[in-house]
Ligand binder design. Structure first.
Ligand SMILES: Cc1cc2nc3c(=O)[nH]c(=O)nc-3n(C[C@H](O)[C@H](O)[C@H](O)COP(=O)(O)O)c2cc1C
Length: 333
């Protein structure tokens, strides 16, 4: 059983250290461990070219226009049974590098789009995607902050797991951490997070062997953190539609209302949106992914057809002529 730790902090800084603390505990629990300091690798940000979603929708497999180390990182992640991200908190949320990795992950590695591509490739070429891409995986996230600005970071982090639909074990943040190596309570918690990840990764790896991949869906929860306000994904962040009690979970996309029960906000799924209280629309379950995939397919198709439309071409040309962009002072034209 293999645990991969990825730190997006400075070299040998607090994030690297805390990642190593958890990895050592995972190794003591029987795991093989690997550590990646993300800044040693080369990751470009996503340009939004949508080659990935088009590639999958058209049954061409996993395609990306950026030629850097992301595909190699993805393979490392795929080969691991459990993954831990330790990421510095920037401006109350994830770091820019983490966000880049998150953007590069989805939609090009969305399990729903991968499944669609798999069957299309199977039909057209007789060969689908390797079943390793459909294995479930344990994943944990820790944000390390130098102050107490942190309330968006768990949602930012967990978003990485929405596209592949992997199982989150722990997702938390530690504040006031400049001297974290001297804070024994945080070191102990980090060890616990490493052990939890190793235990759940071993459990999931065993279950993967008995599941009929790629079709079977593991619907179990392996959450080992504190109960969150969203009963499905444990997130505590909701978007409130202005002037209403209607909210949407910022992470898994479930909709409902927030009500005060026994002095605490309780999220209630709206049964007209989520029948029987089941999370059919959630971003990390196959039913939700299928709906989202169908919507993407329809929208991409409409846009492809519009490229031949005269009025579309006229509007594009008109706004392109309104103003040209200022060239970068540092980049060659
Ligand atoms: C651009 C920037 C923004 C930051 N914003 C926050 C913040 O919102 N909340 C917080 O707790 N710490 C914030 N910090 C502190 C970092 O989280 C802290 O420096 C980092 O975890 C140190 O990790 P390292 O030693 O692994 O590099 C910020 C630091 C930088 C450079």
């Amino acid at each position: 059983m293999k645990i991969l730790g990825i730190s997006t902090g400075t070299k040998n800084g607090n994030n690297d250290t805390m990642c190593r603390v958890a990895l050592e505990a995972a190794r003591d629990a029987g795991a093989e461990i690997e550590f990646i300091h993300a800044f040693d690798w080369n990751f470009d940000y996503c340009t939004g070219c949508v080659a990935c979603s088009r590639g999958l929708v058209m049954g061409k497999g996993m395609v990306c226009s950026r030629k850097d180390d992301f595909a190699a990182l993805y393979e490392k992640i795929i080969d691991a049974d459990g993954v831990l991200f330790v990421d510095p908190i920037f401006e109350s949320g994830s770091s820019g590098l983490f966000k880049t990795l998150c953007d590069r992950m989805g939609p090009g590695h969305d399990s729903g789009l991968l499944l669609g591509a798999h069957f299309q490739m199977l039909k057209e070429t007789g060969k689908g995607l390797d079943s390793k891409y459909f294995k479930q995986k344990a994943i944990s996230f820790v944000g390390i902050g130098g102050s107490d600005w942190a309330v968006r970071v768990e949602t930012d982090h967990a978003m990485f797991a929405m596209s592949p639909g992997w199982k989150i074990v722990n997702n938390e943040y530690f504040s006031w951490c400049k001297d974290v190596i001297m804070q024994d309570d945080k070191i102990e918690r980090m060890k616990e997070i490493g052990r939890n990840l190793a235990e759940v990764a071993a459990e999931i790896a065993k279950e993967n062997e008995t599941m009929k991949l790629p079709i079977a869906e593991n619907t179990k929860s392996y959450w080992r953190g504190k109960e969150g306000a969203c009963p499905h994904c444990q997130s505590n962040n909701f978007y409130i539609f202005p002037g209403t009690t209607h909210v949407v979970c910022e992470l898994c996309g479930l909709e409902g209302t927030l009500e005060i029960v026994d002095g605490a906000f309780k999220f209630k799924n709206d049964p007209s949106i989520v029948p029987n209280g089941l999370p059919e629309h959630a971003h990390d379950v196959m039913s939700g992914k299928q709906m989202h995939g169908d919507d993407i397919f329809e929208n991409e198709g409409r846009l492809m057809n519009l490229y031949k439309d005269e009025e579309f071409k006229r509007r594009k040309a008109y706004y392109t002529d309104v103003i040209a962009p200022t060239p970068s002072p540092s980049k060659e034209a």
